[in-house]
Design a protein around this ligand. Structure first.
Ligand code: ADP
Ligand code: MG
Length: 534
């Protein structure tokens, strides 16, 4: 009788243990597959890192081809499906927004950290313990970076150009960096706002891309550029002593808000309707003329036509240049650069709202490409236009992205005025110092810090590998130099060995490396914390 009783609880305990065990196994395998998926993404961009990195050709669904070296662009155009792989895409995007450069670096570091985490998991260290150790290691890394950084004076143009050049080194258009780097520096300096000294609004720098010529013909315009044509119809295409109005109302017959019909039953009524429309438009044009305006820029309109044939005809007769389809988003830029006030209603057309310029003219950029160029602006605000040229679409687009990186690098320096040597020096320095610090830690923490440090070495390793050097030799040599206190030593891809990167003029902003390590660690931590996908 007695033996039957304990049999039930034993079975229950056994099956409970079993299911516990299975659960653990499941979360382990979910974690593992997450890491594998994310690592695959990181591996895909790894070959693009550095000045000798490769470019990627991406074909989109509709057949468009992009050639690029920019990590954020590559990942953005790759159609990844796995949710954790998407996290790496987001990571690169976040770096792009925050720093603008280092978008490949951040993904490479994240991939290396994931690899490290995977090995630590195999050793039996709990994911939470790894995650927390990584966080502490990342904050220590920030301190190390800050310690090795040198402050920079924004008045030192020569140095700023070097920084912009480093970011352009890895691009297809790097041979034009002698032109693009100073251009980026000058553009950012011109839009620097004294009231907000620690940030730059890159929206005040308008890059207009026009196919034709080579990248070398690109220029920063002393004045403003508008990526539109004049409306023609016999109107002027060149206006001297221009008075420019930026209008947000339409020069066409009004429409009702709702679907309405007007039924006209005889010719007299039709005549009257046409005459009224004519009168209405003529009044509008007269109002514009009365304010003294001779160039009108019209905001793009969706609900009704911005201009009608009739109003164009009147304006042409009044010798007023008409440019339509100014994007809503660009209104602020143009009102800033042209020194005019946007006018929302014909009643507000007053001389004070107009901007003055010596010359407004339509210029041809080859082919049927045209832009409007405004020069000699009297009260121009902090905004600049850049005309970017390129012989084909692929080069032009990549030149645009590269110039964006260079502008972002200068913006980083405005935000945080410190610089670091490039060529993997910051990553190696952090790795060396972290390894020393790891000795002061005990238990699993020490393991995790060491793994974190080793992971960072993947950046100089990859730079060397992509440059065709022996990665193991280069990295061990670099490690020795850093251990001996040469913090500025990095991988010199030109000479093929390890040298002082500052002497080589390869320097990069602190913010780029700082953010890359911080964001990569954060991303890895959140991947580690996932134990199920539902
Ligand atoms: P990201 O998209 O991360 O900016 P890049 O392809 O631009 O990637 O490569 C950036 C890396 O290349 C940085 O680590 C930078 O220090 C390094 N780098 C740039 N120019 C040189 C150079 N002349 N020699 C060695 N390393 C360089
Ligand atoms: Mg770069």
């Amino acid at each position: 009788m007695a033996p039957a009783a304990p049999a039930v609880p034993t079975a229950a305990v056994k099956s409970g243990r079993d299911s516990n065990f299975k659960d653990k196994e499941k979360s382990g395998s979910v974690r593992n597959s997450n890491i594998v998926a994310a690592k695959a993404v990181a591996d895909a961009v790894r070959t693009s890192l550095g000045p000798r990195g490769m470019d990627k050709m991406i074909q989109s669904g509709n057949g468009d081809v992009t050639i690029t070296n920019d990590g954020a662009t590559i990942l953005n155009q790759m159609s990844v499906i796995h949710p954790t792989a998407k996290m790496l895409v987001e990571l690169s995007k976040a770096q792009d927004i925050e720093a603008g450069d280092g978008t490949t670096t951040v993904v490479v570091i994240a991939g290396a950290l994931l690899d490290a985490a995977q090995k630590l998991l195999v050793k039996g260290i709990h994911p939470t313990a790894i995650s927390e150790s990584f966080q502490r290691a990342a904050s220590q890394a920030e301190v190390i970076l800050q310690n090795m950084a040198t402050p920079i004076d924004l008045a030192n143009d020569e140095l700023l150009v070097k920084l912009a050049t480093t970011s352009l080194n890895s691009k297809v258009v790097s041979q034009h960096s002698w032109l693009l780097a100073p251009m980026a520096v000058n553009a950012v300096k011109k839009v620097l706002d004294d009231s907000r000294p620690d940030n730059v609004d890159l929206k005040s720098i308008k890059i207009i891309k026009k196919m034709g010529d080579t990248v070398e013909e690109s220029e920063m315009i002393d004045g403003a550029l508008i990526d539109q044509k004049t409306m023609g119809r016999g109107g002027p295409t060149r206006v001297e002593k221009a008075k420019i109005a930026l209008i947000q109302f339409q020069l066409s017959a009004p429409k009702t808000d709702m679907e309405n019909q007007v039924i006209i039953s005889d010719y007299a009524q039709m005549d009257r309707a046409l005459k009224e429309e004519r009168q209405y438009l003529l009044d509008l044009c007269k109002q514009i003329k009365k304010s003294g305006c001779n160039v009108v820029l019209i905001q793009k309109s969706i609900l009704r036509d911005a201009v009608s044939e009739l109003s164009l005809h009147f304006l042409a007769k009044m010798k007023i240049m008409v440019v339509k389809d100014i994007e809503r988003d660009d209104i602020e830029f143009y009102s800033n650069i042209l020194g005019c006030r946007p006018v929302a209603s014909p009643d507000h057309m007053v001389p004070e709202s107009l901007g003055s310029a010596d010359l407004v003219e339509e210029i041809s950029t080859g082919g049927d490409g045209k832009v409007i160029k405004v020069t000699g602006i009297q009260s121009s605000g902090p905004a600049v236009s850049i005309l970017l040229r390129g012989s084909n679409k692929l080069v032009l687009e990549e030149a645009d992205r590269s110039l964006h990186d260079a502008l972002c690098v200068i913006r980083c320096l405005v935000k945080k005025r410190f610089l670091l040597p490039g060529g993997g020096a910051p990553e190696m320095e952090v790795a060396c110092r972290l390894r020393e610090k790891a000795n002061e830690r005990g238990g699993a923490e020490q393991y995790c810090w060491r793994a974190f440090a080793d992971a960072l070495e993947l950046v100089p390793y990859t730079l060397a590998e992509n440059a065709g050097l022996s990665p193991i030799h280069t990295v061990t040599e670099l490690r020795t130099q850093h251990a001996n206190g040469h913090a500025n030593f990095g991988v010199n891809v030109r000479k093929g060995f390890v040298t002082d990167m500052k002497e080589e003029n390869v320097v990069q902003p602190l913010l780029v490396s700082y953010n890359a390590i911080k964001q990569a660690a954060e991303c890895v931590r959140s991947i580690l914390k996932i134990d199920d996908i539902v």
